[in-house]
Design a binder for this molecule. Structure first.
Ligand code: SF4
Length: 317
């Protein structure tokens, strides 16, 4: 084997591993949170960025392998930003053979008219977008709305809330919308942004730039992203541990009186092996231990048996 062909073979193997990892992590997240059920019609929100392309691509693969039946429809909201290349998404979606709907709504002009020059436009823009997407989901008869947020979006939102809103909260993998009518899911919740960047390159998605609206970059989000990147460089396991901790919350060992009834807390008289030792100092394993970060994503909750059996074979990819 020549050096050239050996390198090509190594690249092919790496790409194969990357695709398998993204598919496996997405299937695990879907199973863990019972995101997609038999008979669902999933509205896949497609912005033209790398994450939403990857989400659609992986959901299309899972649809062909899943033992349950669900439908997909890709939806793009054309907000009429100057320079938006209208033909890119319809061409791509026709090529890959997925049903799609393009919703045309000039929110760009509304935002420009209502938000004073120099002020941030994102909050009004996303509020308008949310309302439109909920309406479109109703009109198309969709039972789930899928968004392309990934693991690092979830972590960044967690730290933004912690640092600037004094709250322990983030974007959940599944939620009911504020109007109480829609189930929103985030199938890429376990996938890292690094993998999604590599996947977009591998798949040659026709990415549409995300700065067409001329909005300034959110500096706080950038600062948190840099912090996470530095931690990841120091130890990928440390970042995975933070992520895993979001699914391993101990309300009795935090301070929220609404989550745990500290006021009426009394001794039960029954010994509990996992109970608080109170006086002992906790010991922690060294996070530099060389565990593969891939091992960190495991099923954290057990969905109902029927759902688990239906979806379990998706994971054997
Ligand atoms: S970056 Fe632009 S398109 Fe995105 S939410 Fe902000 S204003 Fe809207």
């Amino acid at each position: 084997m020549t050096i050239d062909s050996a390198l090509k073979e190594k690249l092919r193997q790496d790409n194969n591993k990357l695709s398998k990892r993204i598919i496996r992590e997405t299937a695990t997240a879907i199973t863990d949170y019972n995101m997609i059920e038999d008979g669902d019609k999933v509205m896949v929100c497609l912005s033209g960025g790398k994450d939403s392309y990857a989400m659609l691509d992986v959901l299309m693969t899972l649809k062909t392998r899943a033992p349950i039946h669900f439908d997909l429809i890709a939806v793009n909201l054309d907000q009429k930003q100057p320079g938006f290349p209208e033909e890119v998404l319809p061409t791509y979606l026709t090529q890959v053979g997925v049903p799609f709907h393009i919703e045309n709504k000039d929110t760009y002009s509304i935002v420009k008219r209502l938000v004073p020059e120099g002020k941030t436009t994102c909050s009004l823009c996303s509020r308008l977008r949310r309302g439109i997407l909920y309406r479109v989901a109703d009109e198309l008869g969709c039972t789930k709305i899928a968004l392309g947020h990934h693991r690092d979006d979830i972590l960044a939102t967690f730290f933004l809330n912690l640092f600037y809103a004094a709250k322990l909260k983030t974007m959940p993998p599944k939620l009911v919308s504020d109007d109480g009518k829609h189930t929103v899911i985030r199938p890429l919740a376990y996938v890292t942004e690094k993998d999604l960047i590599a996947y977009a390159e591998l798949k040659k998605f026709p990415i549409i730039p995300c700065n067409l609206c001329g909005s300034q970059e959110n500096l706080k989000r950038k600062e948190v992203a840099n912090m996470l990147r530095a931690w990841e460089k120091e130890s990928p396991k440390k970042v995975w541990n933070i992520f895993k901790s979001l699914a391993a919350v101990a309300p009795s060992h935090l301070m929220d009186k609404n989550l745990f009834d500290f006021i009426n807390l009394r001794p039960t008289g029954i010994a509990d092996e996992n109970g608080d030792k109170a006086f002992d100092e906790e010991t922690f394993p060294d996070h530099r231990d060389e565990d593969s970060p891939e091992d960190m994503v495991t099923s954290s909750t057990t969905p109902p048996d029927t759902t688990r059996q239906k979806i379990i074979s998706i994971q054997k990819l």
